[in-house]
Unconditional design. Sequence first.
Length: 228
Amino acid sequence: MRVVLLGPPGAGKGTQARALEARLGGPHISTGDMLRAHVQQGTALGAQARPYMDAGELVPDSLILSMMEERLREPDAANGFLLDGFPRTREQAIALDQLLARIGQGLEAVIYLEVPPAELVRRLSGRRTCPRCARIYHVDTMPPKAPGRCDQCGEALIQRDDETPEVIRRRFEVYSGETEPVIAYYRESGRLHAVDGTTGVTNVCARVEEIVRSARPPSPTRSEAALP
Ligand code: AP5
């Protein structure tokens, strides 16, 4: 299954991708997690990406596209993937279609998680993340079993560097300017499925699974960007 999860910061893309990974197969590929791992490991890409991430800006397409092309060519992605946080600009969406067209593939479904702004702010302000395994929690709605510790690996949970009110505000602005056109791009090509993201993690997951399982077989020719 080749699936894209779209939605504003805090919509639940990471939470859903983790829940869906075991049900649908294919790795959960999160550009945000990949970039944070590069920052943590002190790579050249991490050093280039960090100032953008800390400011709530998008990392330049050139860096993202080479990172993703390499990732999507790895053997575990050969039969499918769940993309979280990519594509995030129209240019990235076109590049993804072109890459898939080159290997005779297409997307099964693009899921757009709809959540109102006040709920997004509540989610982001209460989110806690494991810096080791990237598992996601919420202090009220999805607390860890032991306060402040990851259930999976025991690491101390953190708030991300991009979760200050000022940076969150900027991430929403960037989302409106750069990522909403991606929603329009997929809607125009008939691949967008909007899902109410406020109905609880289990219900949202079941709805997404239902859509993906009933999606039409992918066809690269449905992409406006298919290569000759
Ligand atoms: P990224 O890590 O992708 O951040 P984001 O898109 O802003 O999304 P979040 O991770 O904040 O939210 P989410 O939708 O995954 O929600 P979550 O599941 O955690 O990107 C970070 C930065 O990296 C960007 O700003 C940019 O700089 C850079 N970057 C990444 N990709 C890029 C790209 N392609 N191009 C350029 N730059 C890029 O859930 C949030 C909270 O809500 C949690 O606490 C969770 O427990 C709770 N929750 C989830 N679902 C529910 C539910 N159904 N009901 C109640 N609570 C819920």
